[in-house]
Design a protein around this ligand. Sequence first.
Ligand code: NAP
Length: 248
Amino acid sequence: MRRVLILGGTAEARALAAGLVAEGVHVITSLAGRVANPRLPEGEVRQGGFGGPDGLAAWLRAERADALVDATHPFAARMTASAAEAAARTGVPLLALRRPGWQEGPGDVWERVPSLHEAAALLTAPMRVFLTTGRRSLPVFAPVRGVWFLARSVDPPEPPIPDNVQVLLDRGPYTVEGERALIRRHRLDVLVTKDSGGTMTAAKLTAARELGLRVIMIDRPPPPPGVPVVCTVEEALSWTLASPWSQG
Ligand code: NAP
């Protein structure tokens, strides 16, 4: 049976796992193990880091993987780099599955920045910021004086939570009506977000446009050099089914 490792943590990874299981492929999805109660894909699941590229290469050999699909979040740059290195070292074919980034539509004026720190540098008192960049980014933003944050994340950030931060635990998908109500309730005037792409969390951008919020968009890290990249689950499914059985 063909054995495929999917580096997961996204809706696309779960959809790919389901598609491959339906085709009779032995799928193992790897999760970082950071979310307390993750949505689990079909097939086998393993959790926790591999121990860098060396650990992943050893895992690919020991598990006789035929192919590797990096379907991690577009901002999971360390895992992506590790996958490229381990694949090059072992000869296991690697594909990156990346959903497209968000595009500005009519009426949108987004300020694009390359990093969390550059986003934080654009904030000035007395803003009220809708922060959706993940709980681990809070230490970058919370020290900005005179700025109040509604920080939405799946799991709680590490305590202590500063006085200028209100945490909202939620995981989407979100609706435009819900996002509009949230923005109004908290009188938010700026949205800071990563360019995650996809539909599950895009409603905040529509609500921000309608209500005239300033939008600060953090650009994605570049894709791994030399690794083929596809945008859709269907393309990843075709690639995986067509890839040679490297060790089977
Ligand atoms: P990261 O910074 O690229 O990864 C840090 C380390 O965590 C990696 O070096 C690896 O440890 C381990 N790791 C990451 N993803 C893993 C996976 N799928 N399976 C096994 N180990 C993994 O990644 P991150 O930004 O912390 O994201 C962690 C996970 O959350 C990813 O799987 C990603 O798909 C998901 N996620 C991330 C975001 C985001 O905004 N970054 C948003 C939604 C979901 P070792 O070096 O020990 O192998």
